[in-house]
Design a protein around this ligand. Sequence first.
Ligand code: SF4
Ligand code: SF4
Length: 716
Amino acid sequence: MLLFAATKSRSVFWHFTVGLRITWYVLAALSVLVFLYGVARPVVKYRRGHGGPWPPCPWRELPGRLAGGLGLLLSHATIGRRDKLAGWAHRGIFYGFIVLFAGTVVLGFDTDFTKPVFGWDYFHGNFYLAYKEVLNLLGTALVAGLLVMMVRRALIRPAKLDYTRPDRAAGERQFDRHVYEVGDWVFVVTLLVIALTGFVLEGVRIAMDNPGYSGTQFGGWVVAQALGGLNYATLAGLRHGLWWFHGLLAITFVACIPYTKATHMLTSFVSLSLRDPLAGKRLAPIPPERADLPAGYGALVDFSPLHLLELDACTKCGKCHEACPANATGRPLSPRDVILELREQANHAAAGLGIGGVLGGLLHGSTGGDGFTESVVGEDGVRVDTVWSCMQCNACVEICPVGIEQAPIINQLRRRLVEEGELDSNLQSVLQVIHKSGNSFGENKRKRGRWTQGLEFEVKDARKEPVDVLWFVGDYASFDPRSQQVSRALAELLHEAQVDFGILYDDERNSGNDVRRVGEEGLFESLAEHNIATISGCQFERIITSDPHSLNTLRHEYPDLGGSWPVMHHTTLLLELIEAGRLDVRGRLSYRVTYHDPCHLGRYNGEYDAPRRILEMLGCTLVEMPRNRDNSFCCGAGGGRIWIPDQPGQERPSENRIREAMSLPDVELFVVSCPKDVTMYEDAIKTSGNAQRIQLRELTELVAEALVPRAAALAV
Ligand code: SF4
Ligand code: SF4
């Protein structure tokens, strides 16, 4: 009824002189120019990065990637994870801003194009009223979203929004990053003022024109009632003043987008679309054209263009800061601060380009800017300790809502440090040991298969005869005495289930997963090439491994070097055997347990369910720790940290995790499914003084404990 009854429209330039109109268009054009320069400068900045291709994927993949990025952006699936309130508030802001912006464009198109050129004015009647309904609704969503964000910052104050740097001491430059807090407030307050002045302007117009309809224009309508007592001249003055205030603020905001926090509106879509879908799980090889250059990232010029762009996409949401185990246990590392530090350096370098440098960079490619060749690691940049504190657990990459690849960037910084010899002496020794012996224990390679001694059957040599299942055992499961027990238990289970399996004996080498995450790319390649050549000479159907680190590199990284096979974790195979009735274990245990998701099995490879399903079938009661599945907490061994001594007196991530398990009621067992976890947590249970209260079990050991051997079953 309302729509059919209405015939109203509104004048954009109400009582404007020609001079005022020209002034407006000149200012709007200036705003667009400033905006475009602000977009051009980072483009030139990204082109200064020579460490990778642009685009970072084949052209034919681009449409699919962009569609995927758009889907993530529109759904807000990444923004709402682990923070629903922020997700809904951001939805309101995002959709409110987009629709108000689009509404302004629609209006401008009518005013500046269709009406003057074709005499066609669509901005009236039903279209106008529907337009207003939509804009009022989304404008309200924008205001609500902004208010929620302000309440979060001012009253709720989540720790992740505290910008204090863990890698700087109080009093050092940029310690508390107070300037970022100011920037955040300016951003939300400016948007709020733009939205509110839009409503007030609408109210003044309604009070003056009395159009006779309200619809959902409650914002403007309420203002109109409040202003109803003012005389026409006062309202007219208010209307002019508000129009200019609102308009100038809006075009200033647009001009500032590329220079402020708002720049993530432009960059986050690109980074979400173009980041490696296997970021962190598959590290980039050294490009052949850079083989003669120092490895990794030493200066901004070494970065890939995508990684330089990602620095600008960070919204400072703090999700990675909150998820980082290094930060949580007092190490001098926050992935957020690494990204922001590098961004500051990149912006400083780009500022050195000047207007001439930007134009030259656009026209002739990337030149100039000394800052791009200065070292990014050092006392005034990303500190060496910060780089080596990382466990490469990928928690930051997994949670970042805008697709930033923090762990791979840190890995690139490590590559350069390794090349320059800036690494812990213990780590250096272990790398030399691996280089010499092919394993991190420094054992003679002939001893690799010795763990099989004591089994009542012979484990096949997969190099000499065909097998169904090739078992890549890994260093810890081969040489560590505690994990050797688990390996024997697994071998017995496979034998019991009549699985035809074999191992590589002295031809297996360290898989290289952690060597690569340390940053020793050359050693990784030689280890991987040896393993690939050995495995390629075997006949088998699939590979299993009990080591999630080996699982990851065999599954995601060996294919780039020519080794591509189906690879599965031993828990997946055990579940398959139990479900097929080949291992009779059902419901025989009654422990109350908690389960730790290894980073390389869960986050890296998405395997969360098989271990839980096995525990359920065994009859155990699983009590989840607060940080579970994709939010699991690193044991502290990853990224080569197992080979770097911790600072005395500092809580280790494994101890922090045991503390979390001990907070659960009446849990008897801490269950793991990774040989490194066996080592880390057996130790942490003792050093945290909990040896009498909780015990560690590898999942295989529980399956073995519950097993009714076929012979016993037949006897019954
Ligand atoms: S990979 Fe893990 S330890 Fe390293 S920065 Fe990211 S969250 Fe922190
Ligand atoms: S890097 Fe990503 S997760 Fe971390 S603060 Fe920035 S946007 Fe948030």
